[in-house]
Design a protein. Sequence first.
Length: 268
Amino acid sequence: MNKIEINNLTFNYKSGKSEYLALDDISLSVKQGEFVCVIGSSGCGKSTLITLLAGLQTGFTGEALIDGVQITGPGTERSVVFQHYSLFPWMSTKKNIIFGMEQVKKWSNAEMSSRADEYLKRVGLAEYADKYPKELSGGMRQRVAIARSLAVESEILLMDEPFGAIDTKNRMDLQELLLELCAKENKDKNGKTVVFVTHDIDEAILLADRIIFMEPKRIKEEIAVPFGKDRKRKEVVASEEYSVLRRKLVSLFYAELSSKVGGEEVVL
Ligand code: ADP
Ligand code: MG
């Protein structure tokens, strides 16, 4: 059985009498342990897809199943990381991570405290347990958000441009951290299933097992990425497959651009 399965999902935003069709009859399945990147230009419906999978928005037609069960709201088997840090400013970093675990009700206070310390260590912030979000840089806050989403041990991680507001160097660092943490979880357990939204081609190729390219409202193409879970950026970037995938994705973005301006399709 697929971990996530979407069949003929259609979603309209409704406000008063007006409606806006945001997703039109999309179908997609994600296997357990798979890392899927959803890529596409702004406004094509990526965040809408994440909020539907998170159960933060309902009222769609069609099927959206987790382990074969229709999504009707949020659940502890899913955790979400957004672009803008969703940390509580009045809680220390450690308390923010503990708060996530408290919602799951699986651990004692002592366990939550030691797990929070462990995950802070994993994201390189052991010394920042008692700091407040305003005392941390953007990259550090996003590390805390990642630590929190991993500490709850959810089977599914939904990430909506989590590194979108972070400078290049810190972004590269966080991408590698995420790869490393997912590879570790894959060895320890059955493997996390990740749906990661980005509009960055290189980020998608580096992280994904499969890339879903969206055009407005729909999925245009699915592209398999041939690198394994233990991939290293250096090897990925140096490979022939990387250039091929990059050209392919640039062509897809270009095709959308040229269809908008009425020009000829660009083939690179
Ligand atoms: P993306 O994340 O790919 O940039 P979104 O999923 O945020 O795209 O938005 C898809 C489309 O739905 C856009 O045209 C956007 O304007 C519209 N949209 C998003 N949120 C709402 C909302 N709350 N009400 C009405 N329309 C919305
Ligand atoms: Mg978005």
